[in-house]
Design a protein. Structure first.
Length: 347
C-alpha cells in the first residue's frame, strides 16, 4: 500500500476519533450521548471498507469526505453578572454590592423613589473619579478598571444645584483574579449577553475566521463598514447617555461612544480582552475633541488587515470612528501617532 494510501487511512481514523469524542460532552454532572449523523457514518464506513480492499487507482473515493473543523472551534462562555450580597453596604434607600470585586465589577442600586438626580462616584486607587448616572429601581453593574488597590464608592442624591447628599458609601481593597477580568465581561456601557444581537453577529464572524487577528479584523471591519457616524446625535447628546447596542445595530449609526462600545462588546463576547477608552483626541480633520476609542490586548505581534500592526503583550489602539468618518487610508497616519490620543478613563 502506498504512502498516500496510509496517510488517507490515518486521516480517516483521526476524523472518526474526533466524531466519537465530539459525540460525548459533559452537561453539569451528566454525560449526554450525541449520535453521529447517519449519512456521515455511512460515508466513513464506506470509505474505510473501500480503502482497505481496493487498489490505489480508486483512492479518490474519499476526496468528497468533508467534516468542517469549525465544529470543533471552542466557544467563549460569557461570564454572568451577579449581585449575591455577601459583601455589601446598604440601607433602606440604596446599596453597594462589592461581592464580585475580585472579578472586576460591583453592583449599585437605589431602592427608594425620588425625582432628584442620582449619581455614583467610584474613586479608583490612582485617585481618578468615575461618575455614573443612577436611576431609582434600576441596578447597575459598574466595572473596576484601574487595577488592584483601594476603591471607594458613594451613591449621592442632589439636594440643590451644587449640593449632593451621600446616601450610602463603601470602601474595599481589590486584588483582581485576572488583570483582564474587567475587560472580558459586560457592564453598564458594554451591555450584551449570550442571546443579544451583538453576540450573535460577533459569533457568526468568529466562526468564519481562524486566527485572533482575523477575528479582530472581521469585527472591526464589520463596525466601520456598517455603522455610520451620526452627526445629529453628536450635537444633541446629553450627559448620562448610555449606548443601546441593539438599537445601534438596528439603526446602523451612532456617535463615537456607540461605535467604540459596539466594537468592544463584540470582541469581549468572543473572549478577546478589550477596553473602551475615553480621552482627548487631536486628530487632523476632526479637531481637538473628547473622544471614545478601543484598546485591544494581543499576546502576539501581528497584523489586523493590511495596515494595522499589533504589538504583542500590550494594549493596541483601534479607532472605529475615525475610519467610519475619514476612511481607512486617511486614518492610518493619525492612529500611528499615538501622541494624538490622551487616555483618561477605561470602561
Amino acid at each position: 500500500m502506498s504512502g498516500i494510501m496510509l496517510k488517507k487511512i490515518t486521516i480517516l481514523l483521526l476524523l472518526a476519533t474526533m466524531w466519537l469524542l465530539h459525540g460525548v460532552f459533559v452537561s453539569g454532572c451528566d454525560f449526554v450521548q450525541l449520535e453521529m449523523p447517519e449519512a456521515k457514518f455511512e460515508v466513513l464506513q464506506s470509505a474505510f471498507e473501500t480503502t482497505a480492499g481496493v487498489s490505489e487507482t480508486n483512492e479518490t473515493i474519499i476526496d468528497d469526505l468533508v467534516i468542517p473543523l469549525a465544529q470543533f472551534k471552542p466557544a467563549f462562555v460569557i461570564p454572568t453578572l451577579e449581585a449575591p450580597g455577601f459583601l455589601s453596604e446598604s440601607n433602606d434607600r440604596a446599596f453597594i454590592d462589592y461581592s464580585n470585586k475580585h472579578d472586576g465589577y460591583i453592583t449599585v442600586g437605589f431602592r427608594d423613589d425620588t425625582d432628584k438626580y442620582l449619581k455614583v462616584v467610584i474613586t479608583a486607587p490612582c485617585g481618578k473619579e468615575y461618575i455614573y448616572v443612577l436611576k431609582p429601581g434600576i441596578d447597575k453593574f459598574l466595572p473596576l478598571t484601574e487595577g488592584n488597590g483601594l476603591y471607594s464608592v458613594g451613591v449621592f442624591e442632589r439636594q440643590t444645584s451644587t449640593l449632593f447628599e451621600q446616601v450610602v458609601f463603601a470602601s474595599f481593597d481589590v486584588i483582581l483574579t485576572d488583570e483582564f477580568a474587567p475587560f472580558l465581561r459586560p457592564s453598564l456601557y458594554i451591555d450584551y449577553c449570550k442571546d443579544s444581537p451583538v453576540t450573535e453577529m460577533a459569533t457568526e464572524l468568529f466562526m468564519e475566521n481562524e486566527s485572533f487577528f482575523d477575528v479582530v479584523e472581521a469585527i472591526y471591519g464589520f463596525v466601520v463598514d456598517n455603522i455610520s457616524y451620526d452627526f445629529d446625535l453628536a450635537e444633541s447628546v446629553e450627559f448620562g447617555y448610555t449606548p443601546d447596542l441593539a438599537l445601534v445595530l438596528e439603526r446602523r449609526s451612532g456617535i463615537c461612544f456607540d461605535l467604540a462600545a459596539l466594537t468592544v462588546a463584540m470582541l469581549r463576547s468572543q473572549g478577546v480582552p478589550a477596553k473602551m477608552v475615553f480621552g482627548d483626541c487631536n486628530a487632523p480633520g476632526l479637531g481637538y475633541t473628547y473622544h471614545a476609542w478601543v484598546s485591544v490586548y494581543s499576546e502576539e505581534d501581528g497584523m489586523v488587515g493590511d495596515y494595522i500592526s499589533f504589538t504583542g503583550g500590550t494594549w493596541n489602539l483601534l479607532d472605529p470612528t475615525l475610519v467610519a468618518i475619514l476612511g481607512l487610508s486617511n486614518s492610518i497616519d493619525i492612529k500611528s501617532d499615538l501622541s494624538l490620543y490622551q487616555s483618561m478613563f477605561y470602561y
